[in-house]
Structure formats: C-alpha cells, structure tokens
Design a protein around this ligand. Sequence first.
Ligand code: ADP
Length: 392
Amino acid sequence: MTRAVLTLNAGSSSLKVALFPETGDMPLASGLADRIGPDGVLKLKDAQGVALASTGDLTTHEGAITAVMDCFRAHWPDLDLCAIGHRVVHGGAHHAKPAIVDEHLLAELERLTPFAPLHQPHNLAGIRAAMAAFPGVPQVACFDTAFHRTNPWVSDSFALPRALYDEGVRRYGFHGLSYGYIAGELARRAPHLAEGRVIVAHLGNGASMCALQNGRSMASTMGFTALDGLPMGTRCGQVDPGVLLYLMDQKGMTAAQISDLLYRQSGLLGLSGLSNDMRTLEAANTPEAAQAIEHFVFRCQREVGGLAAVLGGIDALIFCGGIGENSRAVRARICERLGWMGIDIDYGRNAANDPVISTDLARTTVMVIPTNEELVIARAARAAVGLMEDAA
Ligand code: ADP
C-alpha cells in the first residue's frame, strides 16, 4: 500500500499538485495542470524528474483533479490517500492555523470571497472538486493569511474609521505558507538567528516581505489584498489611493477596469512595457526594462528599511521566491544599498547561490533559502490526520 498525502494549489486557470509520502520531504510526484479550459495541459513528473504520461479532461478543475489522480493511480496502483491539503489564500482574521474542511468552514470561507475575489473562488472550487472526488478523505485548508495573525493591532490596522476595521478591512498579509516554511528552515539551520530580528524577502511573480521576531510575523508589506507593498510581475504594489480616485473620477474607469490595471497590467510589466518576467528584463537592453528593475530594487530597499525599523534592527535578511532564489543581480543591488544596516554581500557566494551570501564579518547575515509551500501544506495535512506532530 502506498499511503500518501496530496497537495493542491488551485489558481484561476491552473492547479499545482504534489504527492507526498506519509513521511519525508521529497514528493513522489509533482506538477501542474495549466491553462485549464479548452487548451489545458498537464505536466507531471516523478521524484527523479521523469515525466509521467497523463491524459484526461482538462476543461475544468474537477477534470484536472481526476486526470492527475488517474495518472498517479496508473503509477502507484496501490495508492491510498490519507489526506488532501489545499492552499487557500484567505482565512480571515481568526484562522491562525490550518483547519480541517467541513461545510461550516466552507461557508465561512465563502463569506471571505469579497476580500479576495480573484483567488478565493478558485481555491474553494478546488476543495469542492476534491471533496466530490474523495468523499472519505480529510481535506485540510492551509491559509496564506494565517502566519500573520501574530501581528499587533498597529500593524494590521488602516487609519480608516473603526467600523471598517470591525467589518474586516484590515491588513491580513499573504505568502504565509512560504514565510512559515522559511521560519522553520531558519530555526533548523541557524537557531540563534531564528530567535532574532529577521526580514524575509519573498520575491517572485508575487512579491512581499515579512518582519519576523523570534519566528513570529510582526508586519508584512502585503495588506488587505495581495496588491499592496512591493511591485510585482503584473501587480502594482503600494499606490496612493488618490490615483484610484483619479482613474474613477477623471478617466471614468470602472471597478473591473481598475482591477485589471492594478492586478494584470502594472508592476514590472507596466513599467517595462515588455514583460513581467525578471529574466526577460535582465536580458533586455531597453531603458524601460532597466528602469523597471531599478524601481523594483528601490522599493525592496525601502521596505527592508521600514521593516527593520519595526523590528528595531535586523539580524538576518533572507531571500526566497523565483527572483530571490535566482537573480544574483537583484540580490546584489538590494544588498549594496543596505550597507548602513550591517549588510555586506560576498560576491563569490552570491554568484554561487550559496545558502549564506554575506561576508563572514558582516553584522547582518544574508541568506538564500529556497521556499517550499507544497511541503508546508503536506506537513499540515499529515498533522491534521495524526501522521506527524502539528507543524503549524
Ligand atoms: P510565483 O510568484 O508565480 O510562484 P516564482 O516564485 O516562480 O513566481 O518567480 C518567478 C520570477 O522569478 C520571474 O520573474 C522569473 O523571471 C524570476 N526568475 C526565475 N529564475 C530566474 C533567474 N535565473 N534569474 C532572474 N530571475 C529569475
């Protein structure tokens, strides 16, 4: 019997999956159903990176889950799923840990949809599809917001009338699964640093930073939605709300048009007019691409400064996410501007993508830790069904 835990990360038109054994960090298989719809494609590979043959109906999330499981069952005929873990973008103000899904929780999460209209419906559709396909298997919801529930009130409030805070208009913070993983990994690799003041820069297509004190989130750059803070691939990051009023009043834009502008046409793509992808911008030779990278680096520099002020100093800066884990140039440029806070990058280590990229004498340690959100979900799912100690 191959007992395993399935992790699902459902986006609007994609489904990231991984199949983990009962214990251990290495997935048996992982992959992605992309462009779910008429042009859907499914790419799955085993632990050795060998592609697993798969076909099926990829027009819906339900079809994609069935196709994934058909493929896994063909390779592991004795497969027995113990639990399914789901990434859920919004857990609201109270969920500080993963939770086992029942109808009551689903209804509660549905009520949060207005807070994350572009993501929550897809996450919940993924859960419903998995519940229908595996009626007896426990489903565990892992929230991107949960890790930040330790933030003090000053960190999660806006200076708006209090009634809005009470109805949920507050800073939730996101990327919590990634920060949870990094906090755990730092405690394993460098316990003395994990007890101190740490800033984690999750720099990917979505980008944010989190200030940790003794492993607990104290503040982050994302707020009410995953739009705030750093500029991202196509998202704007922090913007003066007056700009939105201008777009509505003077340009007559609708909420849907503004949403499209802020989520899909801004960030690196909007600034460069070329691409949302850092690799493409680094390879491009246009002034706009160079300015887009410069803006990204500048905003990172500014946010590290702000979060360090929240923590009263900094002991370690950690890079993760596609850009943080791979772009030596962006890491170097951010660090070069932070010498005043004891950051001193070792260019050889940085070029080699070493786990520690600061010099031995630097007052502040700079590290690169590849994040692993799937593993966090798998651990939470295992814990929920008693396969391991609570990892949350
Ligand atoms: P997501 O938020 O969608 O999970 P990722 O964490 O995969 O995104 O990050 C994607 C970003 O990482 C892209 O901008 C991509 O260009 C960048 N990236 C990946 N590899 C490199 C690299 N070698 N050099 C520079 N940027 C890279």
